[in-house]
Design a protein around this ligand. Structure first.
Ligand SMILES: [Zn+2]
Length: 241
């Protein structure tokens, strides 16, 4: 993973914004448990997905972005000192992005933790979570998929980075550059271009359906201020593309 020079890093001081403290997971938006009615997953409102339909009241049916966080379910014994068995902040980051991005849909949190099957790899292609997600992506109302992940601070110098899976990555390239420019101004650092070469099965699936795709990795422990600025930049970039 490439780094960036110290001269570009700017201040390392943590900025916090008391108005935007920890974003709790709300049961109605990102449930921790499964309902018995599996069919409810693709109907809104439901316990499995939540729609942010934006402020405009026009009757025009807009396409939506589906936001996923496949590694956001942590094992019961999880503590921050036991490696990286899950993306512990991806769920709350996905929910914040959902709030910031009009015409987005937050797909339900996986029931099982990553050790029982990585939901972003081909091995789980038949998992019900993946099957239902493909149904949503295949629907005529899906514009794109935003796959949200997290990494422990020691694994990269970056605050965030995008991973590209699209050989014709016009959308990803635009977003990478846009977010890079917006974030550098406020001391949040990532690479200017999306990184390539890692398998992301959710994105590969979505590309089959001609969906736009983006995968974002966000440093765990980033201040609430920086998380919000980063996700605001991403939401703005999606709207501008
Ligand atoms: Zn992940």
């Amino acid at each position: 993973m490439g780094g960036i020079c110290d001269c570009c890093l700017g201040s390392n001081s943590v900025q916090s914004n008391p108005l935007h403290d920890e974003v709790p997971l709300r049961n109605d938006q990102f449930p921790l448990s499964q309902t018995s009615d599996e069919s409810a997953t693709i109907h809104l409102p439901s316990l499995h997905v939540s729609a942010n339909l934006g402020q405009d009241s026009s009757s025009e049916r807009k396409k939506i972005y589906i936001i996923t966080a496949p590694h956001s379910t942590c094992p019961p014994s999880h503590t921050s000192s036991t490696g990286h068995p899950c993306d512990s902040e991806a769920g709350s980051n996905a929910e914040l992005l959902h709030k910031l991005l009009d015409h987005s849909l937050l797909y339900r949190k996986p029931l099982s933790e990553r050790a029982k099957g990585d939901l972003n790899r081909h091995e789980t292609w038949n998992d019900p979570w993946r099957v239902k997600l493909r149904e949503l992506v295949q629907s005529s109302t899906c514009e794109g998929v935003i796959d949200v992940h997290g990494f422990p601070p020691e694994s990269s110098q970056y605050d965030y980075y995008f991973i590209s899976q699209d050989p014709n990555a016009e959308f990803e390239n635009f977003l990478s550059r846009y977010v890079y420019q917006q974030c550098a101004e406020v001391g949040i650092y990532g690479p200017e271009q999306a990184l390539k070469g890692l398998e992301n099965s959710i994105m590969i699936d979505a590309l089959q359906f001609k969906s736009k795709v983006i995968l974002i990795e966000i440093r765990e422990g980033l201040s609430d201020y920086k998380k919000r600025k980063l996700l605001e930049a991403l939401a703005q970039g999606v709207k501008k593309f």
